[in-house]
Design a protein. Structure first.
Length: 97
């Protein structure tokens, strides 16, 4: 099975702060955010709600997309999330099946 890489956006309950990152294990990484065992930034802002993600077949493409999204204006990021997840629900439970 080919390894997949994920670019994801997490937010807090009020959707004030957006955090974009890359991982090869989306389930584990979001679990870490939810349990506050990640970096200080996501813990300090209570960023634990997966609101958007994309899958890639290569780390190079995933990093390219991550950089692209990080350079977008906040409004563009919000529009992207609204297209894919209009209710801003936490997508983490859906990853299980």
């Amino acid at each position: 099975m080919e390894k997949r890489w994920f670019v994801y956006i997490i937010s807090n309950k009020k959707n004030w702060t957006l955090y974009i990152w890359v991982t090869s294990d989306l389930l584990k990484r979001i679990w870490e955010h939810k349990n506050k065992i990640t970096d200080w930034f996501s813990s300090a802002y209570y960023l634990d709600r997966l609101v958007y993600y994309e899958a890639f077949g290569s780390i190079i493409m995933a990093i390219k997309r991550e950089k692209q999204l990080k350079n977008w204006h906040r409004e563009w990021k919000i529009n992207k999330i609204n297209e894919w997840n209009p209710d801003w629900e936490d997508l983490y439970p859906k990853l299980f099946g």
